[in-house]
Design a protein around this ligand. Structure first.
Ligand code: SF4
Ligand code: SF4
Length: 137
């Protein structure tokens, strides 16, 4: 069964030679999608979506880790303090991945954390500082 998951990859200068997308496709049968990246000669970070079987993704992560790339799952990368959220909707239109959605019955603003790509736009838009990110690129 194919699954799709998002990860953050942290590179140091010494492992920048590794062409991640090429390796994932050719060695692990993964369909990669680079969602965001900020990398220079000394290293950097990438947010990468991987589509493939659970085993292939597990093997691919083991390989990336073995060459010194730090891989972390993006689950729960963005967090919202529900006690602070006033459902104002300011975050809704700013999110490039449509992670926020209006519940048309309750008028609550729902957040699907799995859609987040850590851009940080919603942080500055939120009047009550209800949203936090583990890290921005
Ligand atoms: S950080 Fe960016 S992608 Fe993530 S929920 Fe906020 S606006 Fe959406
Ligand atoms: S901007 Fe903040 S307070 Fe307003 S709906 Fe989004 S998370 Fe809630």
């Amino acid at each position: 069964m194919m699954i799709e998951k998002k990860y953050t990859l942290k590179f140091s200068g010494s492992n920048l030679h590794e062409s991640v997308s090429y390796v994932l496709v050719s060695k692990f049968n993964i369909i990669p999608n680079v969602l965001r990246a900020k990398i220079d000669g000394s290293g950097g970070r990438m947010i990468l979506s991987m589509k493939g079987s659970e085993k292939d993704i597990t093997d691919a992560i083991a390989h990336l880790t073995s060459v010194g790339i730090e891989v972390e799952t993006m689950d729960n990368y963005v967090k919202r303090d529900e006690n602070r959220c006033i459902d104002c909707g300011s975050c809704l239109s700013l999110c490039p991945t449509f992670a926020f959605e209006l519940n048309t019955e309750t008028y609550d603003i729902m957040l699907d954390t799995k859609k987040c790509v850590a851009c940080g736009f919603c942080l500055s838009a939120c009047p009550t500082h209800a949203i936090t990110l583990k890290m921005t690129l």
